[in-house]
Design a protein around this ligand. Sequence first.
Ligand SMILES: O=P(O)(O)OC[C@H]1O[C@H](O[C@H]2O[C@H](CO)[C@@H](O)[C@H](O)[C@H]2O)[C@H](O)[C@@H](O)[C@@H]1O
Length: 264
Amino acid sequence: MYYEMIGFMAEPHGDGPCEVELPQIDLANSALFLDFDGTLVDIADTPDSVSVPSDLPDLLKTLNEATGGKLVIVTGRPVADVSRFLGGFEGHVIGCHGAEDRVDGEVRRHPLAYSDVVKRLGDMVEAFAATHDGLLAERKPTGVVIHFRQVPEQEPDAYTFLHALEQSHEGFDLHHSKMAYELRPAGISKDASIQRVMESEGFAGRRPIFFGDDVTDEPALAWVSARTDGIAVKVGTGDTSAGFRVHDTASARQALKIWAGLGS
Ligand SMILES: O=P(O)(O)OC[C@H]1O[C@H](O[C@H]2O[C@H](CO)[C@@H](O)[C@H](O)[C@H]2O)[C@H](O)[C@@H](O)[C@@H]1O
């Protein structure tokens, strides 16, 4: 009953089996990794139009304190976006899928950040989007995204263009995410970042917990799920190797509130 109230479910829309009941969480011995878009905030029409619940920064602050500073936002967004949207949250952020890392207020970036090649890729994708009504280019310090949410029928053209750029730019990989394609530095991924953090001092020995919603989150959900003590939570529908699932972002936030002692 408790888990139904907070939106945990067994087989939502026939998208694969997930456990209904979560184990009890001792936040003081956990490392909490949280995706942003589609997990903490609802997906919106454009990257800039997401709506951040007013109590979210405080919830994250409480969780960060309860974990002894072991809450990590793990997102495809640049760290600067997280600062913009979650102004009150000053904790650990892994941005650009792992190509950026903010710890204790200091941001470290992949060697390709702000490089000429990233600028050139951004220019080309912007020029392509400018000639295709409805496509949206999003520049990042370490790559570029093309969004086709407004014009799903243009997905094949968007893919063809970014695929050609991937082929002609060694060191960049093409990734598919929700209504978007992205070029990012090769070898960069959330699962690799989470593994690295989990091996670091203060994290090693803790129970890893990861909430994510997108196909780009699946390798990390799988890695956490494969750990005997790991808790991987898929937000929303879609195939997953996560052991747990919540309906939507509101259910994810509610579950986190309960763990933080802020809800019932
Ligand atoms: O890793 P995440 O925190 O989930 O970020 C993934 C990408 O999220 C953003 O794009 C997605 O959300 C947008 C706003 O809801 C939506 O309009 C878009 O269609 C989605 O793909 C963000 O713009 C990307 O940079 C992130 O990589």
